[in-house]
Design a protein around this ligand. Structure first.
Ligand code: MNH
Length: 471
């Protein structure tokens, strides 16, 4: 039987981990539990383009800023759905993140929802973001001892997103543990991602069905909760949030609407895409600030200058863009640890990548941001945390597309403004309100879930008093 290689790049062969075995190929070089973290180690010396084969599935990775920039050229390339993303379609169907470029529901949802994600649309989310941050502070102030940063930030971003997008409260701050929905949703999706890697193995389809059966309860629980959320609102004509827009708006020209099933896909997509990513970005920023006292002092000084000497003061909508240094601290954290660690691109027509590698529309390459954001040809001392890399004059000096934490082109992150507004707002308030100190013996450990987040990172938060603010 002839078994064709998937994503074969017309038979071209790229450097690989070097332990390739018959049939299973490079199985085992990346653990299914943390494939990207492993890849960042074994792929480090393989050059700008390399590959991994698992049974009949070929993966091609790009690690240089130069090749990544070429793949981000939207006139020649577009988003691709590698197996790990295709596997999520079982849960998220043709929702925005997992839709194929030419699926009609992508265009429809994109056009209906874009107005809810402009910079000015953030005005309506601003009070919700402020109120949720207050609940986080109250939650912290009820506890003694250091706080788990990732866990706290996940509660915050989950609540902010579900309240802003669906007017739903998950009650994250009233219990120590995250809402069971969050765990079920993440486990279901992680299982989907791992299943994606298995399907080309002999017996993979059978294994996939076994996994599905084991996961069925989890998936049913998640689906039911979302369908209930939709049903609760479907009688109302209220369109003040994303759910309302999806239920009550039709396309201005075609008159089309999203179906209830597609709305469920979109909600799951927003919950997943919108909370862990932002939580990780906030947590990594707090980690680097706690390790760089000079940056921390500058960020606190900026917060104090804008917010004044009352530690309960809150920023206005118009003040958010003024926290320029805090924004740079966030940008720099997302450079070193892009919480969405990779995305995939395919050519629109047959083309030559770097004038050297033939690429056809069915071929795809994965841009590994952990490498691209540390490419020494673009970034001096790439492992050093230095927010001033994002001073406008320094940004201008770098080649286009060397920093892509929110993806590229038409399919780039729709929630970017939301994430940035929320993150800057929350960081400004935390820095203004508390002095932070981390355990000096803590060594950064990264947990790879659907996204990357710090693991076991704790901070001691000491309320700042007015005299300290007046320094
Ligand atoms: Mn988000 C797409 C990163 C916050 C909703 N997001 C993407 C992509 C990246 C990304 C990268 C493109 C993936 C690809 O090309 O395959 N997103 C982030 C990061 C943060 C983030 C690093 C926070 C920091 N994202 C958010 C938030 C929301 C959101 C917040 C929702 C409120 N993201 C999306 C959606 C898509 C997406 C929806 C898919 C967009 C599309 O394809 O049309």
């Amino acid at each position: 039987m002839v078994r064709t290689l998937k994503n074969d790049w017309s038979g071209q062969i790229f450097p690989h981990a070097g332990r390739r075995k018959p049939l299973i190929g490079d199985l085992g070089v990346s653990s299914p539990r943390h494939p990207i973290l492993d890849l960042l180690a074994w792929g480090a010396d393989l050059g700008p383009i390399f590959e991994m084969r698992i049974f009949r599935q070929n993966f091609v990775f790009v690690s240089s800023a130069e090749l990544a920039a070429e793949l981000c050229d939207e006139t020649r390339f577009c988003k691709a759905l590698p197996p790990a993303i295709t596997a999520l379609r079982q849960y998220a169907g043709d929702g925005l993140f997992t839709a194929e470029n030419d699926e009609p529901n992508w265009q429809l949802a994109h056009e209906l929802l874009m107005p809810a994600f402009t910079k000015s649309a953030m005005q309506s989310y601003h009070p919700i973001m402020l109120a949720t941050a207050d609940e986080l502070f109250a939650f912290w102030e009820r506890q003694a001892g250091p706080v788990d940063v990732t866990q706290s930030m996940t509660k915050l971003t989950m609540e902010t997103l579900s309240r802003a997008a669906f007017s739903h409260d998950f009650g994250s701050f009233t219990s120590q543990q995250p809402h069971p929905f969050v765990g079920a949703m993440i486990r279901a999706l992680e299982t989907g991602r791992r299943k994606g890697g298995l399907l080309t193995a002999p017996g993979g389809a059978l294994l996939g069905r076994l996994i599905d059966r084991r996961n069925a309860g989890q998936q049913a629980y998640v689906d039911k909760m979302l369908d209930d959320l939709i049903a609760e609102r479907s009688a109302s004509s209220d369109d003040h949030d994303l759910l309302g827009i999806m239920l009550n708006t039709s396309h201005p020209e075609s008159g089309e609407r999203l179906s209830p099933l597609n709305i469920r896909y979109q909600i799951l997509t927003f919950l997943v895409a919108g909370h862990e990513t932002t939580s990780g970005a906030l947590s990594f920023t707090l980690y680097y600030l706690s390790r760089n006292p000079h940056c921390l002092a500058k960020a606190q000084q900026e917060a104090d200058e804008i917010l004044g000497d009352d530690s309960d003061a809150v920023p206005t909508f118009e003040q958010i863009p003024k926290f320029r240094y805090i924004r740079r601290c966030l940008d720099e954290a997302l450079r070193i640890w892009p919480t969405v660690p990779a995305f995939a691109r395919s050519p629109r027509g047959e083309t030559m990548l770097a004038d050297a590698y033939r690429m056809r529309p069915q071929d795809w390459a994965i841009i590994v941001l952990g490498f691209v954001h540390r490419d020494p040809s673009v970034w001096d001392d790439p492992d050093v945390y230095d927010p001033d890399r994002f001073l406008p004059a320094n940004v201008k000096k770098r080649p286009a597309h060397s920093y892509k934490p929110f993806g590229a082109g038409l399919r780039a992150c729709i929630g970017r403004q939301f994430a940035l507004h929320e993150s800057v707002l929350v960081l400004a308030r935390i820095l203004h309100r508390y002095d932070l100190s981390g355990d000096p013996d803590y060594e950064l450990a990264v947990d790879e879930r659907l996204t990357m987040v710090p693991k076991g990172f704790e901070l001691d938060l000491v309320p700042r008093r007015a005299p300290a603010l007046l320094r």
